[in-house]
Design a protein around this ligand. Structure first.
Ligand code: PRX
Length: 669
């Protein structure tokens, strides 16, 4: 584990003195109206967590059976709201039936525009319509043999059916695992194998920048994959449900594959919500770690839903009249918590968009905001930086005056991007909530509250209720203000991960051993004089490329699986747009020649093994990799080589100094 990086962002230090007070309109109307109010509630939430969470769990969620005990904590295993029973889909849908929300838009969906210039399709589903679709599809799941506790893989485009399938799983107590459409057949197979899933729900294709992503074809390929001994990776799969989206031709395996629309003919729309224990597994979401294959992060029912619901309400200050748009894909945790579960549990109207931000033109987002009068926009710094590059003229073409709040997530937002977002998109009037959290945390952990927290460009500011983060040194001791260290969370919180699917030892090892009695986030951080948290970024071997989390070990594994590669080391290089770019150093097997073609082949190979999201930005060939005398690859040096900066620091443990000379002078390719 590398040491916590010292914050070196001079521009962020300059911004520290720029304070943006909450706008009057917010301070008057927001759920939390002042800093004093926030501080009082936060203090109560961490000093008397049982009382705080008990009151909020009762007030926010609809229970089929009340819970008896708030928390049972046997480090690192937490159980929240013990004895309680509830259903997530009932909390998102049924609770609004028979109220004024029943005919309110739950989801507004906009499809990708057609290549011939026609606008994207649109669909609006009210709460009662969404309820009906979820009940019908839940009956389809049952009819196809899925029941309580069964795992179901979702590999779908950004269409309402993605949300419908997630909610249908929760209705019958099945555990969904959504796989982002940018992952490969191999990644789908790995996730099926690890989760032991019974079913895959996919589509004939999805649209992306005018092209069709062949999702069903990838599933067919995944279902053929075998391990080294020739054993199928996916033998647990019994059924594949295929949604018609693009209507391109797909192969349907008799007895295994069925079409979504045909199945609906066999079911009715009555499906009572299953009574689920508070701690019943809700979903598994795979995410990259610093070692090995991605881990299946497991979330459970009541705690997760409470976290998603409360943070949506307070951080986005949701109001009945809001049109809220989170631009993430449901394949990531942001899409789970802040497109589907959080907004729907609050009776909000959420926009869902299928396509890319610059297809067919770079004003796609601004068009959508103008068209639906979006009031809250939640997006990623990498997108904001791309918009900056494309120019102000694109947002300026549109009326963005409906916006009242902006959000940022996924990576540190550089102050320049923050200021641009504030000025150009927010018209100088919209507060920005920079929200820090992770797949593992389930919901937002550190963020301003728009009516209470003065913001500064580049910091996620202060913890949410019940969250007790600290910045610590290598011994686990809190460091003084303005000192870099590791970000940990000292106390359990309701939406925290319950484990890594099938691997309790790895769960303990990854999160609970680095710093004693604390959850280790893997992020470096410092607190300023006001106690604001400034996240520096990952300090483990995980990269954040365009807001996507990619494990270097996983990419290295993919590279060495290529017959030409002897050894590989992967590091991040600062990138203006993506935050970090993926640079791979590769040594080749004897007799293999380094050619530009091979470089391309290796990039594509990684794309095939993991998915287009992990395609390296740069592959560099080397005669040898710099290693310590004990044989460890010196990543610190490689990072400097990748960034093209002068090599600094101690190189005395380097086994062969000539390696370094070769690397720094090496021609690419
Ligand atoms: O390094 C932090 C960064 O993203 C990581 C979590 O990635 P993932 O599990 O994919 O979840 C992304 C969406 C929640 C964190 O460890 N990160 C996320 N949000 C921020 C951030 N870094 C700085 N500021 C943020 N607001």
């Amino acid at each position: 584990m590398s040491k916590a990086a010292a914050p070196n962002n001079t521009s962020s230090q300059l911004q520290e003195n720029r304070v943006f007070k909450p706008a009057k309109e917010f301070a008057g109307r927001a759920h939390i109206k002042s800093m004093a109010h926030y501080k009082k509630l936060w203090t109560e939430s961490v000093t008397k967590p049982d009382k705080f969470w008990s009151a909020h769990a009762k007030a926010e969620l609809v229970w089929q059976k009340p819970f008896k005990k708030v928390l049972q904590w046997k480090e690192p295993f937490a159980k929240w709201f013990i004895g309680g029973q509830l259903n997530v889909s009932a909390n998102c849908l049924d609770r609004w039936l028979g109220t004024a929300y029943a005919n309110k838009a739950a989801l507004i969906w906009e499809g990708e525009p057609a290549t011939d210039g026609k606008p994207g399709e649109e669909r609006v589903l009210t709460y009662s319509q969404l309820h009906r679709e979820v009940c019908r599809f839940a009956n389809v799941l049952k009819r196809n043999g899925v029941g309580r506790g069964d795992r179901v893989i979702l590999y779908l485009p950004m269409v309402p059916e993605a949300a419908i399938s997630m909610l249908a799983c929760t209705r019958i107590g099945a555990v969904h695992s959504v796989v982002f459409g940018g992952f490969s057949a191999q990644s789908v197979a790995d996730r099926i194998q690890d989760s032991g899933a019974k079913m895959v729900i996919t589509a004939d294709g999805g649209y992306r920048r005018g092209a069709v992503v062949p999702l069903k074809k990838n599933v067919d390929d995944a279902l053929k994959l075998q391990d080294a001994e020739g054993k199928s990776l996916t033998s647990t799969i019994e059924k594949v449900i295929v949604l018609r989206r693009t209507w391109n031709e797909v192969h349907m395996a008799e007895g295994r594959d069925v079409f979504w629309h045909r199945e609906l003919d066999y079911v009715d729309d009555k499906c009572p919500p299953a009574k689920m224990d508070s701690e019943a597994p809700l979903f598994i979401l795979y995410t990259s770690g610093s070692t090995g294959k991605p881990k299946g992060i497991l979330h459970s029912t009541a705690g997760y839903l409470l976290g998603a619901k409360m943070t949506s309400k307070y951080v986005f200050d949701l109001r009945d009249e809001d049109v809220y748009w989170c631009t993430a894909d449901v394949g990531w945790v942001t899409g789970h918590s802040y497109i589907v579960y959080g907004p729907l549990a609050n009776g909000a109207t959420a926009v869902m968009y299928e396509g890319a931000p610059n297809w067919p033109e770079p004003d796609r987002f601004w068009r959508i905001i103008e068209k639906y009068r979006v009031t809250i926009l939640y997006t990623a710094p990498t997108a904001i930086r791309a918009f900056m590059k494309w120019g102000e003229e694109w947002p300026k073409k549109h009326d963005l005056s409906s916006l009242r709040l902006l959000g940022s997530v996924g990576e540190p937002i550089n102050p320049e991007a923050w200021m641009w977002y504030h000025r150009v998109i927010g018209g100088g009037r919209c507060p920005i909530v920079d929200t820090w959290w992770q797949t593992e945390t389930g919901s937002i952990m550190i963020s301003p509250l728009p009516g209470a927290t003065p913001t500064k460009p580049g910091t996620a500011t202060l913890p949410f209720f019940g969250i007790h983060p600290e910045v610590v040194d290598d011994q686990g001791k809190a460091v003084p203000k303005n000192t870099g260290g590791k970000l940990v969370v000292r106390k359990p919180w309701p939406s925290m991960l319950r484990g890594i699917w099938g691997d309790p030892a790895r769960f303990k090892e990854t999160y609970w051993t680095e710093v004693k009695h604390s959850y280790f986030t893997g992020d470096g951080c410092r607190q300023d004089k006001d106690g604001y948290f400034w996240i520096v970024g990952r300090i483990d071997d995980v990269l954040n490329v365009a807001g996507h989390r990619i494990g270097t070990a996983e990419v290295e594994g993919a590279l060495v699986s290529h017959p030409s590669v002897a050894e590989a080391a992967v590091v991040g290089r600062p990138d203006e747009l993506k935050g970090q770019a993926l640079v791979c150093f590769v040594t080749l097997k004897t007799g293999v020649h380094a050619t530009p073609e091979l470089k391309n082949e290796l990039r594509n190979h990684v794309g095939k093994e993991i998915g287009p999201v992990a395609k390296p930005d740069d592959v560099r060939f080397a005669d040898a990799l710099p290693k310590t005398r004990s044989g460890k690859i010196m990543r610190r040096l490689l990072k400097q080589v990748a960034a093209g900066v002068e090599i600094k620091g101690d190189t005395t443990t380097l086994e062969d100094l000539s390696v370094l000379a070769k690397l720094t002078s090496a021609e690419e390719g």
